[in-house]
Design a protein around this ligand. Sequence first.
Ligand code: PGA
Length: 251
Amino acid sequence: MPNKFIKPIIVGNWKMNGLKSSIDELVKLIDLCSKNTKFDVVIAPPYTLLHSFNDLIKKNESLLKLGAQDCHHIASGSHTGSVSGEMIKDSNAQYVILGHSERRIQHKETNELVSKKAHAAQLLKLNTIICVGESLEDRSNGNHKEVIGRQLADSLPNGFTNKNTIVAYEPIWAIGSNNSASKEEINQMHKFIASFLLKYSKENYSLPIIYGGSVTQFNAKEIINIDYVNGLLVGGASLKADSFFGIIDAI
Ligand code: PGA
């Protein structure tokens, strides 16, 4: 049975984009989203903007939620340039994206490291959005399900629950490509992930599974209506309030 009873969640991942002046986009988004109660909307700006975004969200009593794009697996110490889960909590963010393919590829993050980070974040009661996704090569070779199964088995930390974990399926070849995965590809993989989780840990069958990879206001509705899709992880189209809200409005 598709787990469609979960409240959909739309996450905007700003990646390494956004300056102080980008607060204008948040002002607009808060205004546009003021009537939305159907979805949880999370915005994940770079670390440098977390505190100012939180201040604005609080001041406006907005329902928008705040997320970070990564965290270290250790609470504090000699790790130059890193940001811990505690620091993210300190900004009032409630979510953290982990294991994004850009971190896995550009920073050589392994499944094991993603699992450690997720464990640390969950101890702090942060909601973890754990990303998995296959390369074009994996898909062309027909290894995509095996790759995703391995990523899930090794990236999900012990003791995860459907209250603190969201799985984001983001095929690497669809990210930033203007070419999202097809309806069939998304349906097949989300169904596979749902059944994998069912076998892997029975009580976690209802883990939300969200899709990311070239989501826009033009394809969002079709994607969110696919069985086993509980939300969207949006990169490029989340940078501007109008296009991000276009997605929310479309669905
Ligand atoms: P995109 O990015 O929407 O720009 O394809 C998605 C992501 O990487 O999370």
